[in-house]
Design a protein around this ligand. Sequence first.
Ligand code: FES
Length: 105
Amino acid sequence: MVEKVFLCRDNELRESDMRQVAVAGLETKLVVYKVKGKVYITDALCTHGKAVLTDGDLEGTTIYCPLHGGGFDICTGKAASPPCTVPLKTYPAVVEGNDIFGLLG
Ligand code: FES
């Protein structure tokens, strides 16, 4: 079942910003990104070695892991550069006024 969960305020995220968010009942934390005014949501841990992606670098819509430099496309979750091969989970984002929600499930 898909659940609409509040994650953060839109005005807390600047352009090319990312924020780690904990969600009650969810094992992994999530990351909310804003790129060119659009919001994206992914799991917070790299699928290669469980590094925290908010410690890495966001370049355009690619997040580069701080541990081994692998990359993921935050729009699709697809692994964008080695050593990452397993996709990163992504979630649809809904922006209502100043509130950002994730459709989780
Ligand atoms: Fe992220 Fe290895 S832990 S690339």
